[in-house]
Design a protein around this ligand. Structure first.
Ligand SMILES: Nc1ncnc2c1ncn2[C@@H]1O[C@H](COP(=O)(O)OP(=O)(O)OP(=O)(O)O)[C@@H](O)[C@H]1O
Length: 224
């Protein structure tokens, strides 16, 4: 489903003053495509992703999926935002943020459970995705015995397990070497395309971006 960010501004309180982290950004990511968001440190990339994912309410502007009503606005109640996050958005963060005591398979099954899937469906879907990210042989391993790249693959599979409309990915390769980083970006872009999810990817590293559809640059909170 398409992701529409329309006229989004995010202002943080900053002592006596305010700081405009995102300044009137309008961005459209078509279903099945990946847009990479580049820009120097502090330019507002993570802030824009937080608004797109309903983690932070915009000060003004809206976020809409497909041609429905806006899902995130300055007045969206927190419970509504939580429900949209759980059912329609997949997140991949810089650190995989896996549960240490759960196996790769269980990490995915837990999320499916939270999304209300039936047990038999959960297992089949989790195994299918672990296979898609090349981790079928590691399905019963816990995060402590996986490599950094393998852990990030589990996080990608987990983000996709609920068939999200929108996939939001923040610097997924910062803990990996260049070759692993390129592989991870290619993998997540191709899975998003297969599932018809609109994907917004934040990164510093332009050299890993051969597989994305569009690059946009942010500077001082504005698209340039
Ligand atoms: N919770 C917050 N409260 C106040 N100011 C914030 C908050 N989060 C971020 N900022 C400020 O907003 C601006 C944009 O930060 P943001 O983290 O979005 O940038 P970024 O482009 O993602 O940076 P990086 O590449 O270093 O992660 C910065 O000036 C930052 O200091």
């Amino acid at each position: 489903m398409d992701l529409h960010i329309d006229g989004v501004t995010l202002v943080y309180p900053d002592g006596e003053q305010t700081l405009t982290a995102v300044d009137d950004v309008t961005l459209h990511v078509p279903s099945g495509e990946t847009t990479a968001l580049l820009g120097p440190s502090g330019s507002g990339k993570s802030s824009l992703l937080a608004v797109a994912g309903g983690l932070t309410r915009p000060t003004s502007g809206t976020v809409t999926f497909g041609d429905g009503e806006p899902v995130f606005t300055p007045t969206t109640p927190p419970d509504d935002a939580t429900r949209v996050r759980l059912t329609r958005i997949g997140f991949v963060f810089q650190q995989p943020q896996l549960v240490p005591s759960l196996t790769a398979l269980e990490q995915l099954e837990l999320l499916s459970h939270l999304r209300g899937r039936k047990p038999a469906e959960r297992r089949a879907r989790a195994l299918e995705l672990l296979d898609a990210v090349g981790l079928a042989p590691w399905a019963h391993k816990r995060p402590g015995t996986l490599s950094g790249g393998q852990r990030q693959r589990v996080a990608i599979a987990r983000a996709l397990v609920g068939e999200p409309d929108v996939l939001l990915v923040d610097e997924p390769t910062s803990a990996l070497d260049h070759e692993r980083g390129t592989e991870i970006i290619e993998l997540v872009t191709s899975l998003a395309r297969e599932q018809d999810a609109a994907m917004l990817l934040v990164t510093h590293d332009e050299s890993t971006l051969g597989s994305v559809h569009r690059l946009v640059h942010l500077r001082d909170g504005r698209l340039v």
